[in-house]
Design a protein around this ligand. Structure first.
Ligand code: BQF
Length: 291
């Protein structure tokens, strides 16, 4: 069993990007500038957005964090997005999800200029991705492709089961792995909350991408020997033995599944850090495309 070490690979990618930034500076070019909008004070969202800003600082990007109160009206958020769309200094920006319930997420994502949409959530980028056109790939699926590629995990002709159909992970992952591309050419099945005979399907999988948001849902009895496991889940589970009062759990029961797996991502330190690295990669791309 090999651990797919997302922490290490993400650091490799960040070092590669930092070198590109050095070259940009030596040529007197502008360095990439990422902005992030955070609405409210949700603990997990603050952690994620801070991790993104910190990663920018580490590799030499400029970054701007725009903190808006929980009660921010939708129209004020849309104005802020419009400012970033027209601000020449900003190469790319994200709106940290989830948003407060009074804000229409669809409307917000559609307000982002597709050329600055480094999360790849705008319908234009989703459509371009599905049609094999150049686009910004959503960071988590992009990170998974990169992890599979760098560990030379064979995907061509393999049976991939994607668990979950979210717009951010499951849906794009299923599209990308079925495409003719690196870490692609797979035979993809998507399973979800209405799927019947789930275990029959997961037992046939060579590769499983678990992205359902239920902690430790996938257990050893549901997989075959030699399976490759990508665990996208990160649920905060109350844990009194921990100082912060919780631990992070994946969608996979690591103990039982790792006994059968050939490759497996840990939680934390698997897919999560790759998500951050690929957001930076997209921001670098956004800067380069603006030239
Ligand atoms: C790690 C996210 C659900 C909903 C909105 C490193 C991250 C997570 C874990 C991280 C995530 C999850 C992010 C680890 C960004 C991934 O060491 O295992 C980094 O910061 N993520 C997000 O921005 O929004 C989310 C999950």
């Amino acid at each position: 069993m090999t651990i797919l070490d997302g922490k290490k690979v993400s650091n490799d990618i960040k070092e590669e990007i930092a070198k590109d930034v050095e070259i940009m500076i030596s040529k007197g070019e502008k360095v990439p500038h990422l902005a992030a909008i955070l609405v409210g004070t949700d603990g997990a969202s603050m952690t994620y957005v801070n991790a993104k800003v910190k990663a920018c600082e580490k590799i030499g990007f400029n970054s701007t964090l725009i903190d808006l109160p929980e009660e921010t009206p939708e129209e004020v958020l849309l104005e802020k997005i419009n400012e970033l769309n027209t601000n020449e200094a900003i190469d790319g920006f994200i709106v940290q999800l989830p948003l407060p319930k009074h804000i229409d997420e669809q409307k917000v994502l559609m307000a982002v200029d597709p050329d600055k949409d480094v999360d790849g959530f705008h319908p234009t980028n989703v459509g371009r991705m599905a049609l094999d056109l150049p686009s910004f790939l959503p960071a988590t699926p992009y990170g998974i492709l990169e992890l599979l590629e760098r560990y030379e995990v064979e995907t061509s002709g393999k049976n991939v089961v994607v668990m979950g159909r979210s717009h951010i992970v499951g849906r794009p992952m299923s599209i990308l792995m079925s495409q003719k591309r690196k870490a692609g050419d797979a035979t993809v099945t998507v399973v979800h909350s209405r799927t019947k005979n789930l275990s029959e399907i997961t037992k046939g999988a060579d590769i499983i991408v678990a992205a359902i948001g239920i902690s430790e849902f996938l257990t050893g009895d549901m997989v075959k020997d030699g399976v490759v496991i990508i665990d996208v889940g990160i649920t905060r589970v109350p844990d009194e033995t921990k100082q912060r009062g919780y631990r992070l759990a994946g969608d996979v029961d690591f103990k039982s599944v790792s006994e059968k797996a050939s490759y497996i991502t840990p939680v934390p330190g698997g897919v999560g850090p790759m998500t951050i690295a690929m957001l930076l990669k997209n921001t670098l791309l956004a800067r380069e495309r603006r030239n």
